[in-house]
Structure formats: C-alpha cells, structure tokens
Design a protein around this ligand. Structure first.
Ligand SMILES: CCCCC/C=C\C/C=C\CCCCCCCC(=O)SCCNC(=O)CCNC(=O)[C@H](O)C(C)(C)COP(=O)(O)OP(=O)(O)OC[C@H]1O[C@@H](n2cnc3c(N)ncnc32)[C@H](O)[C@@H]1OP(=O)(O)O
Ligand SMILES: NC(=O)C1=CN([C@@H]2O[C@H](COP(=O)(O)OP(=O)(O)OC[C@H]3O[C@@H](n4cnc5c(N)ncnc54)[C@H](OP(=O)(O)O)[C@@H]3O)[C@@H](O)[C@H]2O)C=CC1
Length: 515
C-alpha cells in the first residue's frame, strides 16, 4: 500500500483556517513531508486592512516555513489563495472559484472556527455551525473528493466526564436553533445564551458540539472524520521544537507568569493538564485524511486527540516547570520576578489576587500617574482576570477521553509513516516539552532574542533589590505607625525581642557547653 506521502502526491487539498495557528502548521507539514502534493487551495479573507494576497505573502515569510523554503524556495507556487468570508452566504466564494474547487479538490481540512470563549452566540453559530454546513454542501458537489476532515475539540462534550469517540446527541437540534436565532435581535440572544448553553462553559464548546452533529447530518455520501484535539500547545518536534504564535489556551498564562504579572490562578494541582502539541495534532490529522480516503470507513470516525489517558501530566507539574524555565530564561522587562502559584481554594486565590495583583497594580499606576504617565497596570490586570476567569473551568477539573481510534490509526501505519507522521505521545518528555514551549513563547510570540537573556537576568536582580528595599521600608513604616505610637504594641514588641534575645543567649550557652 502507498505511504501517506505517496497518497498525497498529485492531490489538491482545500484548507479552511489556513491563516490560523493549526492551519499554518498543517500547510507546512504537507509541503515538507508530502512534497509531491499538487496544490493547497486555502480559503482566506482580507483582514485588518490587508488584502487576501498581502496576508498570504506575509504568511509565507513566516519563520515556520523556513525548512520548507530551504527544501523548495518556490513552495509558494503550490499555494492557491481563494477569497472567502465564511460567514457570508455561499462562503462568499466567486462562481469561478466554486467551479475550480468542485472540479479539482481531493481532500478538505476544515480548521476555521472562532475559538474565543466570549464569542456572541449568533456569531459562533454562524461561523462554527452554519459555515460548516455550507462547506459540507460545497464538498457534496466536489467530483473528486475522497475525504473531508473536520477539526472539532475534545471539549465539545465537556459537560460529560467520560468522553468516547462518538458523536453525542446535540444539546438542541441545530436547524431549530439556527431558525430561532435568525429572527431574534442581539440582546435577546444574549439574554437567552446562558439557558441555551446549559452545563457547557461557553458558546465555543456549545457550537463545536452542534457542528459535530451537523457534520453527521450532512455527511451524505462523503467520507468524513472528526479530529478532537484537547488543549493545543506549541510544537514538540516539528518543524522545530516550541513553535507557537498566539496567546490562546495556556500560552498567554505562561507569558503572564513569566513576565511576573500573574502570581496566582485558580487551577487544580492534581488535575490532568491535557495539552497536546500542535505537530502531534497535525500528524494525526494528515494520517486520518489518508486513512479516511483509502479505507472509507462506513461511519464518521471520531479521533479524540489527547494525552491524559496515555501520558498524563498535571497542572501542578506544569506550574513547576514553567516557573523553573522562566527563572533560567527570563523574559525581557518583567514586571516582577516570576513566582506564580496555582490553588484550587477560592478564598486563598482571592487573597493573593488582592495582595499580589491588585495592590502592586495600584501602586505601579500611582507611580506612573505621579511621573506624568498614563496608568496601565490595572487595565492589564483586568484583562488578565477576564482571561483567567474563562480558562479556570478547564484547569480546575479533569476528563477521561477514550483514544482507541488514535491507537487503531497508529497500528495501521507503516514503520516509516509512524516516524514521519509521529503522533505517539507516549514518547513525549513533558519537562523538556514545557521548557521548549516557554522558550517558544519568548522567541516566537514575544519576538525576544535569546542573546538578551543576560540583560533580562540583570533586570530580575534589579527587581529583587527593589523588593528587598520595599520590604525594609514597609517594615520601618509599620514600626513607625503601629509600634512607636502605641504603648501596648511597644510592650509586645519589646517582649518579643527580649524573648528572641533570651533564646539566642540560651542557644549560644548550650552550644558552648557541648564543645
Ligand atoms: C504558571 C502557571 C501555569 C499554570 C497553568 C494553569 C492553567 C492553564 C490555563 C488554561 C488552560 C485551559 C485552556 C483550555 C482550552 C480549551 C481548548 C480549546 O478547545 S480551543 C482554544 C482555546 N481558545 C482560547 O484559548 C481562546 C481564549 N481567548 C479568548 O477567548 C479571548 O482572547 C479573551 C481571553 C476573552 C480576551 O479577549 P479580549 O477581547 O479582551 O482580547 P483579544 O482576544 O482581542 O486580544 C487582545 C490582545 O491581547 C492578546 N491576548 C489575548 N489573550 C491574551 C492572554 N491570555 N494574555 C495576554 N495577552 C492576550 C491578543 O493577542 C491581542 O493582542 P494584539 O492586540 O496585539 O493582537
Ligand atoms: N487552539 C486550540 O487549542 C484548539 C483548537 N481547536 C480547533 O482547531 C481549529 C483551529 O484552531 P486554531 O488554529 O487554534 O484557531 P485560530 O484562531 O488560530 O484560527 C482560526 C482560523 O479560522 C479563520 N476564520 C475565522 N473566522 C473566519 C471567517 N469569518 N472567514 C474565514 N476564515 C475565518 C481564521 O482566519 P483569519 O486569520 O482571517 O481570522 C483563522 O485562519 C478550530 O476548529 C478549533 O476549534 C480544537 C482544540 C484546541
């Protein structure tokens, strides 16, 4: 049987969400490990004042593509951008482009989605559900289509503790919801949202669950697979360790901790941190594409792409390794020395939020105001608290995912494919992975240079000296205000000091006697 790379040779691939984190890694891997792939058609919209072509050109300059560029400097010739706004009718694809796509595409990878946890339900429904429906309708017209791979999330059914590789009944019939929301104005939808999402934490997981149901309903004659990754993190091995380009999931938390801004967060030390490296997800996705096309399973196969059941690691361990990495490889211009702690206790977290977040922010903003600058720290902390509030649900509990299909797929691969498209997370060394992940946030998200580490260390030493000076001044202040002004406090203070003195004298005398 042909290897995975051989199967992709000569194929036209359609990718949605190609400008996103996973979409880019998917393109890179296809171009590098399947060099004979015919073309990658990518659906892209203009954004933030940039045209579609400008965005694609910028994207291809990205460091992620360095290895591909080395192998094939003309790799851009294989990329065919197609203008598309997924929230528009017909995905806003021109009739000529529809004609091209329906005649030549062999495999579709649907990665596009809104992954925001605070997305308005109408928009999340439009993008995550309705555009999936529209893309499936387009796929039904593709004459050469062999597989359709839908990227979902392992948390689509996070209202369950144990999650099998099946499509669960939807919380509501998607079509009914789409029809109902159509006539409602935004404020009505907003009021109804908590009732609708029920025991799910946000509109993201809710609409991703509905999308899975739509995939099943609209599957028709298509060969479909659903990939459900858990928390997608930086790359493990490919194209190089530690590739990450956004603040999503834990990345923003790691950065905030490394900058010394985040000092406390509610999370369970003992809960499994179900992180999955992005290259593992992409390798599994490409292998699932091959398997779906070649073996044509009778039903929609769901692949839970998780680590917890195979090679578990816990949030407490993550905290330890993140802190240790950032102490050895500090981020530039840290606000304070990195020292974050996670706790599952609500009151303890509230206390530390007040003492370690709000108080220093107020103090810093006061200093900024006094020096004629604009206060900014409280605003940063308010945003951080909003983000943490939305993530806590996922870091405070754990889930059990069945990953039989991932194992089945691994057993279907030849030894060579298993190496080229490695998704065997049993080999993942977590401490090494977390170290590379943190360094990746420094290098690729914050664009900091590793050669500046000595200066960053010097800055941390300066912060330590400021803290010692501040603590000493605080002690003197407390002494002046509370001790020196009250006779009773003074008596207690002298009593404590004399007790310490007596203890020291006794200790010195007894140690002289024993000599
Ligand atoms: C050291 C101890 C570590 C212990 C770790 C413990 C716990 C880990 C925590 C959490 C892990 C759980 C993660 C669960 C993931 C579930 C998996 C999934 O299925 S899907 C993918 C996950 N989706 C997300 O992560 C999206 C979450 N983000 C949002 O919903 C929003 O971004 C937001 C948090 C609500 C913020 O919205 P807001 O409008 O305020 O800001 P923007 O998004 O527009 O961003 C503006 C600006 O800020 C940057 N940004 C965004 N997030 C962060 C952040 N967390 N920290 C710092 N900066 C952030 C963003 O890039 C923008 O920058 P710019 O303007 O320059 O583009
Ligand atoms: N990141 C994670 O931790 C996890 C992600 N997933 C799933 O993986 C998939 C990819 O996620 P990820 O790469 O992280 O997400 P990103 O937010 O990085 O990328 C989202 C992609 O969708 C595109 N998109 C969004 N809105 C539109 C629109 N209206 N029209 C056209 N394109 C649009 C974006 O394009 P543009 O650049 O124009 O905005 C971007 O390319 C999603 O389906 C997500 O649910 C699952 C589990 C975890």
């Amino acid at each position: 049987m042909a290897s995975i790379s051989e199967w992709y040779a000569g194929k036209n691939v359609l990718i949605t969400g190609a400008t996103g984190f996973m979409g880019k890694v998917l393109m890179e891997k296809l171009l590098r490990s399947c060099p004979d792939v015919k073309a990658l058609y990518i659906l892209v919209r203009p954004k933030a004042g940039q045209s579609m072509s400008e965005r694609v050109q910028d994207m291809m300059k990205c460091k992620l593509f360095d290895r591909v560029r080395e192998d094939n400097p003309d790799f851009h010739q294989k990329i065919v951008p197609i203008s598309s706004e997924l929230t528009q009718p017909g995905l806003a694809i021109s009739p000529e482009d529809v004609k091209t796509l329906t005649s030549c595409i062999h495999i579709v990878f649907h990665c596009a989605a809104t992954i925001r946890f605070d997305e308005a339900l109408k928009h999340a429904l439009q993008l995550n559900v309705i555009s999936t429906q529209q893309l499936l309708s387009l796929a039904q017209q593709m004459q050469q289509l062999q597989a359709f791979i839908h990227i979902s999330t392992a948390y689509a059914n996070c209202n369950r503790r144990h999650i099998d590789e099946v499509i669960y009944p939807p919380p509501v019939e998607p079509k009914k919801l789409i029809d109902s929301l159509e006539w409602m104005d935004d404020s009505m939808v907003c009021d109804l949202t908590p009732r609708l999402i029920g025991d799910r934490p946000n509109t993201y997981t809710y609409t991703k669950a509905l999308a899975e149901c739509v995939v099943q309903q609209e599957s028709g004659r298509l060969n479909i697979a659903i990939i459900r990754p858990s928390i997608v993190g930086a790359s493990w091995q490919e194209p190089f360790p530690g590739w990450i380009d956004n603040f999503n999931g834990p990345s923003g938390i790691f950065i905030a901790a490394g900058k010394g801004i985040l000092r406390t967060m509610r999370a369970s030390n003992d809960a499994v941190a179900d992180l999955i490296p992005v290259d593992v997800v992409i390798n599994l996705t490409l292998a699932a594409g091959w398997y779906t096309a070649v073996h044509r399973p009778k039903t929609v196969l769901v692949y839970n792409c998780t680590t917890g059941g195979i090679n578990p690691f816990h949030w407490g361990e993550i905290e330890h390794h993140v802190m240790s990495t950032f102490k050895r490889n500090p981020l530039e211009q840290a606000f304070r020395r990195p020292n974050a702690n996670i706790t599952s206790n609500y009151l303890i977290n509230q206390y530390w939020t007040l003492v370690s977040h709000k108080f220093p922010a107020l103090l810093y903003d006061l200093i900024l105001r006094l020096s004629g600058q604009k206060p900014q720290m409280m605003r940063i902390f308010n945003r951080l608290h909003k983000a943490i509030g939305l993530l806590e649900y996922f870091s405070s509990q754990d889930w059990e995912w069945n990953s039989d299909n991932m194992n089945m797929l691994m057993n279907q691969l030849s030894a060579e494919d298993r190496r080229t498209f490695n998704f065997d997370v049993r080999q993942l060394n977590w401490p090494e992975y977390i170290e590379n992940y943190c360094i990746g946030t420094k290098k690729y998200v914050l664009n900091e240079d590793m050669s500046d580490i000595p200066a960053a260390r010097q800055h941390l030493r300066k912060l330590r000296n400021i803290r010692y000076t501040f603590n000493t001044l605080l002690l003197v202040f407390i002494w002046r205000v509370f001790i020196a002004r009250s006779q009773m406090a003074r008596n207690i203070w002298y009593f404590v000091v004399s007790l310490c003195f007596k203890f020291l004298s006794y200790f010195r005398a007894s140690s002289t006697l024993t000599q």
